[in-house]
Ligand binder design. Structure first.
Ligand code: AMP
Length: 595
């Protein structure tokens, strides 16, 4: 394999791996045999299972290790923004999460209730998520950069009865809305310091934990018990709540083993925020299930600090995102090469297309290529991947994991047709039946049903499969926006714009951007008599930013006399996008490849 710092002329050429030369034998050396021999039943049998019966994610992630050989192994190594370090062994994490489960029990919170988590990457988040799962409470993570509106919409839709957050986030984003969140019975807050005043109507989480018992026996958990509620964006209506069950842990564990090459003893760093599905499935659950040490970095992206962290913490497996890779690439590989990474064995990325240059940049900067993989909120775990032991076709998402059947399909009047010819673009579909497949969209069974055609789950992504079975991402089949790896529903942004008194109509698109993938751009038609001006533009940007938060708000606004609509009145976002990109208006087919 190429040495760090080397440049490669043809970045699209197949990157060959020599398995025998690898210092640690990778998992999944023989892809075809592994696929042929794989069964989810066998994977299920590798779980510990709950002593009381059934399967519980928190037992697989924490308690099974806390009573075994890994009890004194570091489960969580937390690196605080201010340089503080806190390490929790599996035994300590088991005790802390049990305290949390006992806190919920004492508050009268029941199995099946929904707990929302709104916090940065602080230890309480990890303790809260796993403790709630012990008590069979459904956990719904919220992105801490959301503004008050998306937070309130999700808590209302999920009928959340508990919120865990920080005192600062509560004051800034929730307090004013509290009266409009009738389901919310308990708010547990983390105070930044002892002088941080406890907001009215909240409990001090640290005090409750200190008073709770560190022993909690998880009750029998039917594998189909709801566990995680992840909100994701569609193009219409309110965000969709994808519900996952405890049985998903079979896939969390298995997919991390084969797609991330993770195992006990690894030091694993997932840069995804736990407010999103990657940050939960792989940023909390999967590495713990395998007995690895989870590095949690509270700080924000900073290339120099990241390189230092990878080297200093001796990270062995690193899971990151293309936006971060592109940002690092901007600074060149020199800064990365000022450190050495002898421990680093495997790098993967997810969430957006990783271009061939990104794959090679990993090799240049860290001595390891970056392995792209694909999945989405609904699938609960990685479905398609470039594996540690396999050659890489740069630009491809890889091949389906053992236990996963993927196909390219075309929708027809009476169902779907599988496209067998290689190289033909169609919708990516997965044969239903893997354990982490979502079980419903909350309060929207019809929408859930529409995701399936016969045996196939339809992903909403467009892709191609080559003659050797590698999958290549083409684009989204709908108007959902991917910005910095976060899925954004145009409808949510349009609704916030329409709440401003000057706005008559709003249409929102993803505008291709070399760093963040797509940036949110809004087209706005003003009410009669209101004139467009730079001041109004700034006012609208601030209005949406305050409501939705900086991660979701538009970066650009264009004023237009009216928005193009279909005969039935739907905004033609594709046409807006075509105009933005200067494409012929009749031909929006090329848009997908530009995302
Ligand atoms: P989310 O549900 O927020 O995780 O977003 C899932 C969507 O992100 C997928 O449906 C794809 O559109 C996109 N996505 C995820 N991984 C990849 C990848 N490796 N390449 C291209 N797009 C991806």
């Amino acid at each position: 394999m190429t040495a760090p710092g080397a440049r490669v002329a043809d970045v699209t050429a197949v990157m060959h791996k020599v398995v025998d030369a690898m210092p640690v034998a990778p998992n999944l050396v023989d892809y075809d045999t592994a696929r042929a021999q794989f069964s989810w039943d066998a994977a299920r049998a590798r779980l510990a299972g709950l002593p009381a019966g059934g399967v519980n994610i928190a037992h697989e992630a924490v308690d099974r290790h806390a009573t075994g050989d890994a009890a004194q192994t570091a489960a969580l190594r937390w690196l605080g923004r201010d340089g503080t370090r806190r390490t929790l062994t599996y035994a300590e994490l088991a005790a802390e999460t049990s305290r949390f489960a006992n806190v919920l029990a004492a508050l009268g919170v029941h199995a099946g209730d929904v707990l929302f988590m709104l916090a940065g990457r602080v230890p309480a988040l990890y303790i809260g998520v796993l403790g709630a799962l012990k008590h069979r409470v459904v956990v719904s993570p919220l992105f801490a950069a959301f503004g008050p509106d998306p937070i309130a919409t999700r808590i209302r839709r999920g009928e959340g009865s508990v919120l865990v957050t920080t005192a600062a986030l509560y004051r800034r984003k929730v307090a004013a809305m509290r009266a409009h969140l009738p389901s919310l019975s308990h708010v547990l807050v983390v105070r930044e310091s002892p002088d941080d005043v406890l907001p009215e109507g909240t409990h001090d989480l640290a005090a409750l934990l200190a008073a709770a018992s560190p022993v909690y026996h998880i009750a029998a958990t039917d594998p189909e018990t709801p566990a995680l509620l992840h909100f994701t964006s569609g193009t219409t209506g309110t965000p969709k709540g994808a519900l996952h069950v405890h049985a998903a842990v079979t896939a969390h564990r298995e997919t991390a083993r084969v797609a991330l090459d993770l195992r006990a003893g690894d030091v694993f760093w997932c840069t995804a925020d736990p407010g999103w599905v990657t940050g939960t499935s792989y940023g909390i659950i999967a590495p713990l299930c395998l007995g690895a040490t989870l590095v949690v970095d509270e700080g924000d992206y900073d290339a120099e600090r990241w390189y230092d962290l990878l080297a200093r913490e001796a990270v062995t497996v690193w899971y990151t995102a293309p936006t971060a890779v592109r940002m690092m690439m901007k600074g060149g590989s020199g800064a990365a090469r000022r450190h050495v990474y002898p421990a680093l064995r495997f790098i993967a990325s997810v969430g957006e297309p990783l271009n061939p240059q990104g794959v090679h940049w990993g090799l240049e900067a860290f001595g390891q290529p970056i392995h792209d993989n694909w999945w989405q909120t609904e699938t609960g775990g990685i479905m398609i991947a470039n594996f540690a032991a396999s050659d890489i076709r740069p630009g491809s998402m890889g091949r389906p994991l053992p236990g996963i059947d993927a196909a390219i399909i075309a929708r027809t009047d009476d169902g779907v047709r599988v496209i067998d010819e290689p190289g033909v673009q169609g919708e990516l579909a997965l044969r239903r039946g893997w354990p982490s497949m979502f079980r419903t969209y909350l309060h929207d069974a019809d929408r859930y049903a529409r995701c399936f055609a016969g045996a196939w789950y339809l992903t909403g992504d467009l892709a191609r499969r080559d003659a050797d079975g590698w999958f290549w991402f083409v684009g989204r089949a709908d108007d959902v926006i991917k910005s910095s790896g976060h899925l954004i529903g145009p409808f949510e942004v349009e609704s916030a714009l329409l709440a401003h008194p000057a706005v008559a109509e709003a249409g929102v698109i993803g505008k291709p951007d070399p760093t963040v993938g797509e940036l949110v751009k809004a087209f706005v038609a003003l009410k009669p008599g209101i004139a467009a001006s730079p001041t109004l533009e700034r006012e609208l940007l601030a209005h949406v930013r305050t409501r939705l938060g900086p991660a979701v708000a538009p970066r650009e606004i264009a004023f237009v006399p009216a928005l193009p609509r279909t005969r039935s009145g739907k905004i033609m976002r594709r046409l807006l996008k075509a105009r933005e990109l200067g494409l012929p208006e009749g031909d929006t087919s090329t848009l997908e490849t530009m995302a």
